[in-house]
Design a protein around this ligand. Structure first.
Ligand SMILES: [Zn+2]
Ligand SMILES: [Zn+2]
Length: 326
C-alpha cells in the first residue's frame, strides 16, 4: 500500500495493474497469500520471497492447526472477509502509533494482543465515529482514515488515556509477548513449549466461552469464536486466562466444577497438550446424550418449532409434546 501511495495511485489500482487476476484483496493478506501472488509481489517490489513471507503474522504455532471455524486461523484476529468486504473488527490499531508512523503493525493482528506495548493504551478495533471495521486499502489515498466516514484514525483527540502498567490485562499481555519471543511459556512454576501453551489455552477458551460471556454479562451471550470477538471481550477473556493460569490447575478446576465442565466437554477439541491433559483427569468424566432414546415428535407443527426456534419455543415445544405424548 505504501508503494502504491508513493507511486501516486490507490492500492486497488496498483494491484489491478501489476497483479492482474491474482487474488489479493479477497484474501486476508496479513495471514497468508497464495505462493503465486507472493512471488509476483516480490518481483514487482524488487524484494526477496523471504521478506514478503515475513510480512505475515507469525503466531508461533509450528504445525498447521485445523480451522476452528470457517476462515478463522487460531490466535489471529478474524476480519470476516466476504469478497472484498470485511465484516468483523479484526484489525486493531493504536492512534498514537499511527500518528507516529502511518502503517498497521503485524502485532495488532494477534488475538491475545489488546494493548499497545509502546503507548500502554487499549487498542481500538473500529472507527471511533461510525464503528465500521478498519479496511486500510478501501480508502483511495489515506490508509489511516476510515473508508466509510473519512475519520482520521490517528487524530490526537482519540489518543485516549494510557493504561496503568499494573492492570491484569496489561501484565498478562506482556508475559504472553515475552513467551512468544522466547518460545517458552511460564505455567505456575513450570515452563512449557509456546505452541503447547497456545493449543491448550485455545481449548480452554473454546470450552469456557459460554460460561465466560454469561459471567461478564456486559456482552452478548453468542459472541462467536475468540478470534472473531471485539477487543473488550478478548481482553476480559485474557484476564480470566491469566488468573486461572497463575494458580494452575487449582484455580481452573474450581471454575470448571462451578461451570459444570467435564472431560467430555473437551471431546471436540482437536489437540490437547500434556499439561492440560494432566489437569483434565481431575474432572468428572461426563456422559454423552443418547440420541436414540430421545422421544421424537411425529406431529409436523411440533417438529417445526424445533427447526424454526421462535421466541419461547422450548416452553411451547414441551407443552405441545406433553399433550401429544402417550
Ligand atoms: Zn501505540
Ligand atoms: Zn468511520
Amino acid at each position: 500500500m505504501r508503494v502504491a501511495h508513493a507511486e501516486g495511485t490507490s492500492p486497488q489500482r496498483w494491484a489491478q495493474h501489476h497483479l492482474r487476476h491474482l487474488e489479493l484483496w479477497t484474501r486476508d493478506a496479513d495471514r497468508a497469500l497464495p505462493t503465486s501472488t507472493m512471488s509476483t509481489l516480490a518481483a514487482h517490489l524488487g524484494c526477496s520471497m523471504d521478506s514478503i513471507t515475513a510480512l505475515s503474522v507469525d503466531t508461533g504455532l509450528d504445525d498447521r492447526q485445523p480451522r476452528c471455524h470457517a476462515g478463522v486461523e487460531p490466535w489471529i484476529t478474524a476480519v470476516g472477509l466476504f469478497h472484498r468486504i470485511r465484516h468483523l473488527h479484526g484489525l486493531q490499531y493504536c492512534p498514537a502509533c499511527l500518528a507516529e508512523e502511518p502503517y498497521f503493525r503485524r502485532l495488532w493482528r494477534l488475538a491475545f494482543v489488546t494493548h499497545c506495548p509502546v503507548h500502554h493504551r487499549v487498542l481500538l478495533d473500529g472507527c471511533v465515529r461510525c464503528d465500521a471495521p478498519i479496511v486500510p486499502h478501501r480508502h483511495e489515498r489515506l490508509p489511516t482514515h476510515c473508508p466509510i466516514c473519512g475519520m482520521d484514525l490517528a487524530h490526537p483527540t482519540i489518543s485516549g488515556e494510557p493504561t496503568d502498567d499494573t492492570t491484569m490485562a496489561y501484565v498478562s499481555q506482556s508475559s504472553w509477548l515475552n513467551a512468544q519471543s522466547t518460545r517458552r511459556f511460564a505455567l505456575g512454576t513450570a515452563s512449557i513449549p509456546w505452541h503447547d501453551a497456545l493449543k491448550g489455552c485455545r481449548a480452554l477458551i473454546a470450552v469456557h466461552r459460554c460460561s465466560l460471556t454469561q459471567t461478564l454479562r456486559m456482552l452478548p451471550p453468542r459472541s462467536g469464536v475468540f478470534e472473531a470477538q471485539r477487543v473488550g471481550l478478548r481482553m476480559a477473556t485474557m484476564q480470566w486466562l491469566h488468573r486461572v493460569l497463575a494458580h494452575w490447575p487449582r484455580a481452573w478446576l474450581e471454575d470448571a466444577r462451578r461451570g459444570h465442565v467435564t472431560q467430555r466437554s473437551f471431546h471436540r477439541q482437536a489437540s490437547i497438550p500434556p499439561w492440560l491433559q494432566h489437569a483434565l483427569q481431575f474432572l468428572h468424566v461426563g456422559h454423552t446424550r443418547d440420541r436414540w432414546r430421545r422421544a421424537r415428535a411425529f406431529q409436523v407443527h411440533i417438529r417445526r418449532l424445533r427447526q424454526l426456534r421462535p421466541p419461547h419455543w422450548r416452553t411451547d415445544h414441551a407443552q405441545q409434546f406433553a399433550r401429544w405424548a402417550p
